[in-house]
Design a protein around this ligand. Structure first.
Ligand code: ATP
Ligand code: MG
Length: 353
């Protein structure tokens, strides 16, 4: 059996606020295998970003990981000192965000930022994790190391489709378009060939044509480098383009997870069905948009049972009282809902009426 690149078990990340404890991530478990893309979907505030930030060791205060394990290539990251997490960020895992302007440094040229990340991770003596050692005697001023980092940065810019990469190395972030800045972020993230890439809404801020180019680029680089991707998005279109599997989150929990095809064509959790029913379909004029009624409950005052019961069309008293656990209803397809039996979906079953 293939070893997962990432194995998250019962992860809980809470925020300790004056209004109470906010359970942003509450018992989340999943695995990500080599070269695989897992899509994470769910409405705003359901814990998608906090799941990714927990993995990166970047949960902001007053939040912290209170329970669970995060194994990256077998090594548990929970409780690791910052110094070690910093070493792993960029070398084994990297993250790209929605808005590259907030993550790129505005006063540094892009070339400097790309080379910097390469030097930080390769400057410690290991090159691509291999055995080639940098000798202080052979390169006392680090000139050779600098030159190689610069060359590798130009190569990365070229790889992510930046035209005239040597010249663009001297540009500042504000001199580039949103799509180009996102390409720079991808170049930085992938410059050290991480095993895991966490992409948090990487194309949301871009217009549709640029979005397609960036998705295409991510797919191509993934094939080339074998990176596993955790892709957070609101957009089922993006999910269907890029993901092998999908995980649906609601109020800090996983409510359904399964292969792409199963989630898109035979979703079983009423929430997933609601999410899919709320997207407009191109070319189908008779199709009426059905937004899910109600809002996500406050995460510090969740009902004891299923968190979705307040909005669910099929929930009853039992649902409100007892929290459902994820169960496998068909191979690799898991659903947390009392109303779903472990039988295959009926033909024509879609949105509950
Ligand atoms: N600084 C904070 N203090 C208190 N609670 C917070 C803080 N940051 C986040 N949270 C809580 O964590 C929950 C999950 O946030 P998260 O950013 O993971 O949502 P998300 O699914 O990424 O949403 P979006 O789609 O809007 O990006 C939020 O609902 C919020 O209640
Ligand atoms: Mg988010």
């Amino acid at each position: 059996m293939l070893q997962p690149v990432l194995d998250v078990r019962d992860l809980a990340t809470y925020f300790f606020t004056e209004r109470g404890v906010v359970r942003a991530v509450d018992g989340v478990s999943f695995r990500l295998y080599p070269g695989e893309t897992l899509g994470v979907v769910g409405e705003s505030g359901c814990g998608k970003s906090m799941t990714a930030l927990s993995i990166m060791g970047l949960v902001p205060r007053p939040g912290r990981i209170v329970a669970g394990e995060i194994r990256l290539m077998g090594e548990d990251l929970v409780g690791k000192p910052d110094r070690e997490l910093r070493r792993l960020r960029g070398s084994r895992m990297a993250m790209i965000f929605q808005d590259p302007l907030t993550t790129l440094n505005p006063v540094l040229r892009v070339g400097q930022q790309v080379t910097e990340s390469i030097r930080i991770h390769y400057g410690d003596g290991t090159w691509s994790g291999g055995s080639r050692r940098w000798s202080w005697l052979a390169d006392p001023l680090g000139l050779r190391r600098r030159r190689i980092a610069w060359e590798r940065a130009v190569e990365m810019l070229d790889k992510v489709g930046i035209p005239a990469p040597s010249e663009r190395m001297r540009a500042y972030p504000h001199e580039m378009s949103g799509g180009m800045r996102q390409r720079i972020m991808i170049a930085i993230a992938l410059s050290c060939s991480p095993a895991l890439l966490l992409a948090d809404e990487p194309t949301t801020a871009l217009d549709v044509t640029i979005q397609a180019q960036i998705l295409d680029l991510m797919r191509r680089l993934q094939e080339e480098m074998g990176t596993s991707i955790l892709l957070i998005t609101h957009d089922f279109g993006v999910v269907s383009e890029l993901c092998d599997r999908v995980m649906v989150m609601y109020a800090g929990k996983v409510v359904e997870t399964g292969p792409l095809d199963a989630i898109l064509n035979t979703p079983r959790h009423p929430y997933t069905q609601g999410l899919l029913a709320s997207i407009p379909r191109l070319g189908d004029r008779s199709y009426r948009l059905k937004p899910i009624e109600g809002t996500v409950p406050e995460l510090h005052a969740l009902p004891p049972g299923c968190s979705y019961c307040t909005r669910c069309p099929v929930a009853d008293e039992y649902c409100a009282a007892v929290a459902p656990q994820l169960k496998e209803i068909s191979p690799h397809h898991h659903v947390a809902c009392h109303k779903v039996a472990a039988a295959p979906a009926m033909a024509g079953e879609g949105v509950p009426s």
